[in-house]
Design a protein around this ligand. Structure first.
Ligand code: KIV
Length: 274
C-alpha cells in the first residue's frame, strides 16, 4: 500500500487501519491484509501502562516503530508523532517527522489537531512527508477540550470540526482520523472533503475504520471505550494459559521428555572421568 492507493480507495471500498506496537502482532496484522498500520502513541496506555499519551516521547515511539517496521511487508506504515515532538516543540516538527521516515521506515506520520496544527502540518507536508490528520477527541490535548468524551455534539462545535477537516485537507493531509464524534458529523465531513476519513467512534459513514489492536483483541482491561468491539477476548485465555504453566511447573508435569534434551549414556559416564 502506498499513499496514492489509500487515497484512491475513497468511495470505492472501506479502508482498514489498526495499531501495532511490536513485531509479532504487526506480522499478523500485516498478514491479515490490513491497509494501514499505525504505531499509535496509545503505546503509552496499552503497552507502557502510563496514564497519558503525552508521557511518551520520540525515543519510545521510534523504538517500537522500528520493531513494527521489521514485520510490515504490505501495509502502509504510519508513525504517530508524540506530543513533545510537534506541539511542545513545533520548531522540531520536521526533524522529528523525518526520523519516523528515515530511521523507522514509515511512509507517513499522524498529528493530532491543536491550535498550531495547520502550520505544523504544512511544514511537514512541504518537506515531502505525508501527513495524516486527527480531529475530534484528541487525547494529547484532552484536558484542553472537554475530556475523553464525544466531541462536536452542538452545532458550533460540529462546525469547528468541519472547518478543521477542511483546513487539514487544504494544508495537504492525505487522510484524517475522526475520533469520537457523532456519526452524522463524520458523514458530513466525509462528503465535504476529497481525502479519506478514518473513523474511531465516528460511525459507519467514514471512508475507513481504525481500532487499537489491544482493544480489538481484548488485551487491555483498564478501560474499554463505547466505540470498541472486542473481536476476541484474549485476556482470560492468557490468564488460563499462564495459570496452567504455573500449576504444571509446581506439580512437576512440565517439562516432559518431549520438551527436554538428552545426552548419550556413554558421554554422560565420561564426565566423572574428565
Ligand atoms: O494512538 C492511537 O492509537 C491513535 C488511534 C486511536 C487512531 O491515535
Amino acid at each position: 500500500m502506498n499513499i496514492n492507493e489509500i487515497k484512491d480507495l475513497k468511495g470505492k471500498r472501506k479502508i482498514t487501519m489498526l495499531t501495532a506496537y511490536d513485531y509479532s502482532i504487526a506480522s499478523l496484522v500485516d498478514r491479515a491484509g490490513i491497509d494501514i498500520i499505525l504505531v499509535g502513541d496509545s503505546l503509552a496506555n496499552v503497552v507502557l501502562g502510563l496514564e497519558s499519551t503525552t508521557q511518551v516521547g520520540m525515543p519510545e515511539m521510534l523504538h517500537h516503530t522500528k520493531a513494527v517496521s521489521r514485520a510490515v511487508k504490505n501495509a502502509l506504515l504510519i508513525g504517530d508523532m508524540p506530543y513533545s515532538s510537534y506541539q511542545l516543540n513545533p520548531d522540531e516538527c520536521v526533524i522529528n517527522a523525518q526520523k519516523f521516515i528515515s530511521e523507522a521506515g514509515c511512509q507517513g506520520v499522524k498529528l493530532e489537531w491543536f491550535d498550531n496544527c495547520p502550520t505544523v502540518t504544512a511544514q511537514i507536508v512541504k518537506s515531502g512527508i505525508p501527513v495524516m490528520g486527527h480531529i475530534g477527541l484528541t487525547p494529547q490535548t484532552a484536558d484542553r477540550i472537554s475530556g475523553f468524551k464525544c466531541q462536536g455534539k452542538d452545532a458550533q462545535a460540529a462546525k469547528q470540526l468541519i472547518s478543521q477537516a477542511e483546513e487539514l485537507e487544504k494544508r495537504g493531509c492525505f487522510a484524517i482520523v475522526l475520533e469520537c464524534i457523532p456519526d452524522k458529523i463524520a458523514q458530513l465531513i466525509t462528503k465535504k472533503i476529497s481525502i479519506p476519513t478514518i473513523g474511531i467512534g465516528a460511525g459507519i459513514h467514514c471512508d475507513g475504520q481504525v481500532l487499537v489492536i489491544n482493544d480489538l483483541l481484548g488485551l487491555f482491561e483498564r478501560y474499554t471505550p463505547k466505540f470498541v468491539k472486542k473481536y476476541v477476548d484474549l485476556s482470560p485465555l492468557i490468564l488460563e494459559a499462564v495459570q496452567n504453566f504455573k500449576n504444571e511447573v509446581i506439580q512437576e508435569k512440565f517439562p516432559t521428555p518431549q520438551q527436554s534434551f538428552t545426552i548419550k549414556e556413554e558421554e554422560f559416564k565420561k564426565i566423572d572421568q574428565l
